[in-house]
Ligand binder design. Structure first.
Ligand SMILES: Cc1cc2nc3c(=O)[nH]c(=O)nc-3n(C[C@H](O)[C@H](O)[C@H](O)COP(=O)(O)O)c2cc1C
Length: 287
């Protein structure tokens, strides 16, 4: 499946892009409306993009009454990304979404809350969400933790059905004239090409630790990038930053993905699943 990364596509202003995906993932929704951080919120760097959006969203009430009914009309399976600052925030939103037939899955944005105790935080949030809903739960993890496989195992034990890997990693850009931070809040989340090796490593270690279904994301620009994530252990791939510069990326990446798999002798890109973990039978080892 090809999805968008949360926060990287506004399906209501670009419905045709959303329809070119196998599922649309919403921007993270929190219990109360949030204006987000002070501008500037987006900056380009040589190796990707920095954002400090700060979870700007209409809040769950307006999301349910206004956004959700419009999103349902897209005819694309909907994944709702859920965020919060306390465990109860997640449980409350999951409970509200549970009865809604249009919501195919819930992605728990557990990347933010307690960065000092990521394992405990993931356990609490996933367990509370699990009690609140029967919908498939995908835990979205931050790569900025000492051992992401440990967090993945905790999410699995608490009842997650899959993992979304990875969220952004903290970065800073300075204005070259003033040498002051470009972004309003100072630092921001780095996404795009710089994240690809980090995403590959996270997917590979979480695959080995859990064998759970994984949505891989981080710096995917081409079909070959997507195929690499699949080889590392991702079942699905999400497009993020690339959508800002290339709204046609879903169709292009799909075509390139099929071609990249065919070039390597596979009928389908699914055949590349987790091959990075198989031993390489080189001519030296076989003779
Ligand atoms: C502008 C922007 C907004 C984002 N908003 C969210 C968000 O609301 N929730 C979330 O879980 N991730 C959010 N992300 C992170 C992306 O979903 C994704 O994990 C990350 O950008 C890595 O993928 P990429 O390198 O392909 O962009 C955001 C990223 C960007 C660039």
């Amino acid at each position: 499946m090809l999805l968008n990364a949360s926060g990287c596509l506004d399906a209501l202003t670009a419905p045709e892009v959303a329809r070119s995906l196998d599922a649309f993932v919403t921007k993270t929704v929190t219990p109360l409306p949030r204006d987000g951080n002070t501008p500037v919120r987006i900056a380009e760097t040589d190796v990707g993009m920095l954002n400090s959006i700060g979870l700007a969203n209409p809040g769950i009430d307006r999301f349910m009454t206004r956004n959700l009914s419009q999103l349902e009309k897209l005819g694309v399976p909907l994944w709702v990304s859920v965020g919060g600052f306390e465990t109860d925030d997640y449980a409350e939103i999951c409970l509200r979404l549970d009865d809604n037939e249009e919501v195919a899955a819930i992605e728990l944005n557990v990347s933010c809350p307690n960065v000092e105790a990521p394992v405990e935080s993931a356990t609490e949030i996933v367990a509370a969400a699990r009690l609140a809903t029967r919908k498939p739960l995908w835990a979205k993890l931050s790569p900025a933790v000492p051992d992401i496989a440990e967090v993945a195992r905790a999410a699995q034990a608490a009842g997650a059905d899959g993992l979304s890997l990875v969220n952004t990693i903290r970065g800073l850009k300075l204005d070259t004239a003033t040498l002051r931070p470009v972004l309003g809040p100072g630092h921001g989340g780095l996404s795009g090409p710089a994240l690809k090796p980090i995403a590959l490593a996270a997917v590979a270690s979480c695959y080995r630790a859990t064998e759970m279904p994984i949505v891989g994301m981080g710096g995917v620009q081409t079909g070959l990038d997507a195929l690499e994530l699949i080889a590392a252990g991702a079942r699905h791939v999400a497009l993020g930053t690339v959508l800002f510069s290339d709204p046609d990326a879903p169709a292009r990446v799909r075509t390139e993905l099929h071609a990249a798999a065919a070039e390597r002798g596979w009928k389908s890109y699914d055949d590349a699943y987790a091959v990075a973990h198989e031993e390489v039978l080189s001519s030296r080892t076989t003779t």
